[in-house]
Design a protein around this ligand. Structure first.
Ligand SMILES: [Zn+2]
Ligand SMILES: [Zn+2]
Length: 346
């Protein structure tokens, strides 16, 4: 079978690999059909995640946003799984022994393994996974199935923000990339009023299509002012950063209402300067987000099934598996043009 293997920093090659054996107890063999590429893939490809991957990241088959079809089901798997089924894959495996696992937060497990980063992922024709990580999903386009993973991050973010179903709260989302868009979608589905902010006006149309208000980023003070006016005098009770850009994080903390929730989703190694008074005077909850838990992945699958048409519009570019190296380079070199690059499913 063919596999796109990242062999070193910036080097990916298409190679022939031995097909997996029949699945062991509790395992399933799937054929990945579509793999979404995201920011963490760029960082991995650029060699910036070596430490997070235990120092021995190469060679590795990347791909953690996977839409696949089940090809065979091993003995002892849960019922309801069968060959031919379209599935999405929960990419995270937790150890079950560490402190975060012991307090039911396996998404922040100290020893977690992500497919496509710590173990081989979806950029190959077959992949073996534990049955508990396989989620049947009723969509025709495997690229849309692959979006269950970024949507699962959005579900986690909206849960961390405590935006419940039936909410009418004002929620500001900074960043209209795929994750920001999906946060807007999930918050809208729960009933919240949503304002999505981005530098690029062209990205805001998709957010409008789920009923979000939008604002083009002009500058810190102006945006904080505009967001507070939009939410009413007290400011938005919820602000979520999906950029990882220090100035956007600063805007999130400055704009959010007293007793509000500020949620950091955008990944970054950057350092941010905050006025500490923002935390003490406003008594903010400053919350982080890492992947998601199993029930949240299940909810993401349902969100995807309800929003196929809109999610298809998130997929801006598609490449065949043969062109995986080119696809990754294209995505890295054209950040303003690219929304979501998907490999396979062409
Ligand atoms: Zn991703
Ligand atoms: Zn753990």
């Amino acid at each position: 079978m063919r596999a796109a293997v990242t062999e070193g920093v910036g080097a990916m090659a298409l190679v022939d690999r031995r097909e997996p054996d029949a699945p062991a107890r509790g395992h399933v063999v799937v054929a990945p059909e579509a793999v979404g590429i995201c920011g963490s893939d760029y960082h991995f490809f650029a060699g910036e995640l070596s430490e997070a991957a235990g120092g021995s990241q190469f060679p590795r088959v990347q791909g953690h946003e996977v839409g696949a079809t089940v090809t065979s089901v091993g003995p002892g798997c849960r019922s309801g799984l069968c060959a031919g089924q379209r599935v999405a894959l929960l990419p995270l495996r937790a150890c079950g022994r560490c402190y975060p696992c012991s307090v039911d937060r396996p998404n922040t497990c100290d020893n977690f393994q992500l497919i496509g980063i710590h173990v081989d992922g979806g950029l190959q024709e077959q992949l073996v996974v534990p049955d508990s990580h396989v989620y049947p999903i009723e969509v025709e386009d495997p690229a849309v199935a692959a979006l269950a993973e970024p949507v699962s991050i959005a579900v986690r973010a909206v849960n961390r923000a405590r935006v419940q179903a039936g909410s009418t709260e004002h929620v500001v989302v900074l960043g209209a990339g795929p994750i920001g868009q999906c946060i807007g979608l999930v918050a809208r589905e729960r009933g919240a009023e949503v304002l999505v902010i981005d530098l690029q006006e062209s990205r805001l149309e998709l957010a409008q299509a789920v009923g979000a208000q939008t604002l083009v980023w002009t500058g810190l003070a102006e945006v904080v002012d505009a967001a507070r006016r939009w939410a009413g005098v007290a400011g938005p009770p919820v602000a979520i950063d999906a950029t990882g850009a220090p100035v956007a994080v600063r805007a999130m903390v400055d704009m959010v209402a007293s007793a509000g929730r500020a949620v950091q989703v955008g990944m970054s190694g950057e350092e941010v300067t905050l006025r500490l008074g923002s935390l003490t005077e406003k008594e903010l909850d400053l919350l982080g987000v890492s992947c998601c838990n199993a029930d949240e992945f299940g909810e993401a699958v349902a969100v995807v099934e309800r929003n196929v048409g809109w999610l298809e519009r998130l997929v801006s570019h598609r490449f065949e598996l043969e062109r995986a190296p080119e696809a990754l380079r294209f995505a890295m070199e054209n950040p303003t043009e690219v929304m979501k690059v998907v490999i396979g499913g062409v």
